[in-house]
Design a protein around this ligand. Structure first.
Ligand SMILES: C[S@@+](CC[C@H](N)C(=O)[O-])C[C@H]1O[C@@H](n2cnc3c(N)ncnc32)[C@H](O)[C@@H]1O
Length: 240
């Protein structure tokens, strides 16, 4: 395990991990799964094959497995694999997987940025709310690892908090699990990815409206171009 990472920090948060909902501002905007579901619905629009083609998906830094669990709840039925530096989080991911949600994910511990997976193993990889916890100097190793485990033509989706949104900065500064966070904007992600490989890149901004208010989802879809959403998604396609 890399000395600079601090898996015990995340082990401590594992059993009660709820995506930072201990912050009262965030709690007022929706429940934990509603925040994850914004990303999951966006992902299913970009990867409809997750519902029908049995794609293999890696969720890197999967934490308590919430993204895979919510994806399964929305009908995704691929082969799910999660990895994390925190074994406490991985234990929690196993515990939270609901009966009847399809095959439980394979869960593997990372060694720093590195994973035990084969080159070109996955059709799709996601990394959600992780990079801001990775020390800046270690981020290139994470990008390189994600590129390694993706198949040629595979797709990587990076979801992150958007530091250009003032409410996000307010919440992150007051959320205990984010005490060591260093936020990064979508341009930094794009530059980081291009430093590690040739990708076709696109960015959408997400979460302009409170996730709990389903009737306002059309506003989010209309504003996806505007770099002020609370979250963003960088989609990266690896050359075939
Ligand atoms: C805020 S949680 C997000 C968990 C999950 N991706 C989600 O969206 O719910 C951040 C996760 O990143 C993991 N993490 C922190 N540093 C990491 C690193 N250098 N490499 C991979 N995972 C890391 C932590 O163990 C933790 O589970």
């Amino acid at each position: 395990m890399s000395a600079e990472l601090d898996p015990p920090e995340f082990d401590r948060h594992a059993a009660t991990y709820d995506g930072g909902l201990d912050n009262p501002v965030k709690k007022a905007l929706g429940d934990a799964d509603s925040f994850i579901a914004v990303k999951a619905r966006w992902l299913l629009r970009h990867e409809p094959g997750l519902k029908r083609d049995g794609l293999s998906l890696l969720d890197y830094g999967c934490g308590a497995g919430d993204l895979m669990r919510v994806l399964a709840g929305l009908g995704a039925r691929g082969t799910f694999t999660g990895c994390d530096v925190s074994t406490g989080m991985l234990d929690e991911a196993a515990r939270r997987w609901p009966a009847g949600a399809g095959s439980a994910p394979v869960l593997s511990a990372q060694d720093g940025a590195h994973t035990p997976f084969a080159d070109g193993q996955f059709d799709v990889a996601t990394i959600s709310a992780v990079l801001h916890h990775v020390p800046v100097a270690e981020r290139p190793a994470v990008y390189a690892e994600l590129g390694r485990v993706l198949k040629p033509g595979g797709r990587l989706y990076v979801f992150e908090h958007n530091p250009r949104n003032p409410l996000v900065r307010h919440v992150i500064a007051r959320t205990p699990i984010d005490a060591n966070a260093i936020l990064l904007d979508a341009n930094e992600v794009q530059e980081g990815l291009l430093g590690s490989g040739r990708y076709e890149l696109e960015t959408d901004y997400l979460m302009f409206m409170p996730p709990g208010m389903a009737f306002l989802r059309f506003v989010d879809r209309a504003l996806a171009w505007l770099p002020l959403g609370a979250q963003y998604a960088v989609a990266a396609r690896k050359p075939a």
